[in-house]
Design a protein around this ligand. Sequence first.
Ligand SMILES: C[S@@+](CC[C@H](N)C(=O)[O-])C[C@H]1O[C@@H](n2cnc3c(N)ncnc32)[C@H](O)[C@@H]1O
Length: 511
Amino acid sequence: MIPAPVLSDRNYERFRRFIEEKSGLDFPPSRRNQLEHAIDRAVARTGLPDASALFDSLQEGRGSAEVESLVASLTVGETHFFRNRPQFEALEKRILPSLIRRRSQERRLRIWSAGCASGEEPYSVAMLLDRLVPDLGAWNVLILATDIDRSALKKAYLGIYGPWSFREVPEHFQTRYFNGEGREREVAPHIREMVTFGHLNLVEERYPSLLTNTNAMDLVLCRNVFIYFRHEVARSVVARLYEAITDDGWLLVGHAEPSQLLSGRFSVQNLPGTVVYRKADRRRSSDRRASSDRRASPDRRRTSDRGGSWDRRQTRDRRRTPDRRQTSDRRHAPDLDGVDVAEDALKLWAAGHTEGALSILEEAASGDRGDARMPYLIAKLQAGRFHMEAAKGWIEVALARDRLFAPAHYLLGLISEEEGRHDEAARSLRRSVYSEPEWPLGHFALAGSLLRLGERRRAAAALQTVEQLLEGRPEEEPIPEGDGITVSRLQELAGIQREILGLDAPGIEDR
Ligand SMILES: C[S@@+](CC[C@H](N)C(=O)[O-])C[C@H]1O[C@@H](n2cnc3c(N)ncnc32)[C@H](O)[C@@H]1O
């Protein structure tokens, strides 16, 4: 066997830091060998002369797909259906039934498989739900499945698996949920359709976010992902997942994952053969936070008593609705007071003081009744915490002030999507694109919506528009209303979407 070339100390240190920064993966000296092997393979794959050239290429951002391949080769993407039986029993017997009971009125469930690898985990959850919810068709279920590794996501989307993936699948599941006779079998279409795949780097990305639909989750599975992360990185991922989970929601991690990462934030529940984590009901802690919010906004009681029931007279106050040009000018060069107010509020929101942020925005919204942005921001905050009726009300206010305010149509589209009204969602997103044809986010969301309607050709065209609009723009420029997403990231997301969904193939068909 040819021994792997040893990295110079300098290169080992450079790669170690770079990989950690990009993916959170930790390569202490005890795992240096593993890093060296992966770099050796990456050098061969890319045809670059040596490790230094590979490092330069990665750092210059020419190879974010290459960073992913490197990360993929450094983690074990090993997974299979119903991996870890006691956890799936806990899901089947305790967690999902309790969530189904809790959501039986609104018939809505939101589940996230974070680090889903080739998709066996989210599909297993979909099969359990199919068995547990008799009127599933009447429910609005999101099973979001994300990973950093796009080749794993491609495989997941295809839904075709070999015997190794089936090794723990009970017989009755095999006959009911898989098609095909040979060694390779395909997940049944109605199960495939329950899962939405997306590319998301848990270390670099901002979440929870409406944009990536990573908010208000009832259940997150992030299993066998933290084991690869350095402790501080894992802590920060746990903190963000905590924010993405609703009060009383659940988190499942792999059985080898360090429990001290989670026990401070989540309550620990021992179920037969496994330990699961639950977010405490924040009513108690929100009482504490409410008093500090009150300090930040003397007006709070009035505001929250209204519970988002905006002043309906405002919605009819069209006399002051500015014409389109003025509004869009204001959006691109907003008056400084407005910016400060919005920024202060968004900072408060990011720090978890939603009520305080809402107070500030509501005061600003009632001050300038010609401004559509403040009510839109209120709607965004309300939607972020899943107060959809309040959010829709504020969108109505924003659109009454400026019926061509693209972000408001966009947000309404995301909400309709979330509520399972896909045709309405596409209509709102088309309005967003019509109102602001040069805003790439509108086209990006429209592509997702068209895909859900099976209109793959139109979706491919919308993604192409995104790429055209972004061409030549500075890579690090933030996308307006994009929750921190930059030009290069949106370019990448559009490309990945086309790749994963096979939209680049010639003669793509709608379905
Ligand atoms: C061992 S698999 C776990 C699959 C599944 N959750 C399970 O337990 O069977 C680990 C997955 O984490 C993904 N991963 C590693 N770092 C990641 C990151 N920074 N963001 C998102 N996914 C990541 C890897 O690509 C891999 O697919």
